[in-house]
Design a protein around this ligand. Structure first.
Ligand code: RB5
Length: 149
C-alpha cells in the first residue's frame, strides 16, 4: 500500500516513527525533512494534491493535527480528519471515507500514533447510508464552487 506522508517541524519525529514502525507501507515522503521551522499549509497542500491526483491515502503530522486538517480540507476531494485514538481513526475511514489522517505530535506518543495509523489503514469506507452522506459532502463542495469536475 502506497501512502503519501508529510509533516512540519513539530511533527518530524512522529512522522519518522510512523514510517519506521510500519515498514510494509510504501511511504511517499513529501517533507519536511529537517528540524527547521516550516509552514504546515505548504506540507498539507503537497499531500492533499497527491491524494487528489492519485486517489490514494495520505497522512499529515503537525503539533496538533488541526492546522494540517484545516488546510488539507481546502483541496477538493480531500476529506482530512484528526484522530488520536483508534475508535475515531476507524470511524473516520468507515463513516466519513477520510482519505487523509492528521495527527498531533504534541498530543499523542508514537506508540498510540502507530495504533491509530494501523486502525485507520485497516478500515475501509462503508457503503449504503455512509456513502450517501459522503456524497452529500461532495455536493456541498460542488455547490460552493470548490470542484469544477
Ligand atoms: C507549529 O508550532 C504548530 O503551530 C503546528 O505544528 C500545528 O500544530 C498547527 O496546527
Amino acid at each position: 500500500m502506497r501512502v503519501a506522508i508529510a509533516c512540519d517541524h513539530a511533527g518530524l519525529e512522529l512522522k519518522q516513527a510512523i514510517m519506521r514502525g510500519l515498514p510494509a507501507v510504501q511511504w511517499q515522503d513529501l517533507g519536511t525533512y529537517g528540524p527547521e521551522p516550516v509552514d504546515y499549509p505548504d506540507l498539507a497542500l503537497a499531500v492533499a494534491e497527491e491524494v487528489r491526483r492519485g486517489g490514494g491515502l495520505g497522512i499529515l503530522v503537525c503539533g496538533t493535527g488541526a492546522g494540517m486538517a484545516i488546510a488539507a480540507n481546502k483541496v477538493p476531494g480531500v476529506r482530512a480528519a484528526v484522530a488520536h485514538e483508534t475508535f475515531t481513526a476507524r470511524a473516520v475511514r468507515e463513516h466519513n471515507a477520510a482519505n487523509i489522517l492528521c495527527l498531533g505530535a504534541r498530543v499523542v506518543g508514537s506508540g498510540l500514533a502507530l495504533e491509530v495509523v494501523r486502525a485507520w489503514l485497516g478500515a475501509a469506507p462503508r457503503e449504503g447510508r455512509h456513502r450517501i452522506r459522503v456524497d452529500k459532502i461532495a455536493a456541498i463542495e460542488r455547490h460552493s464552487g470548490g470542484d469544477q469536475r
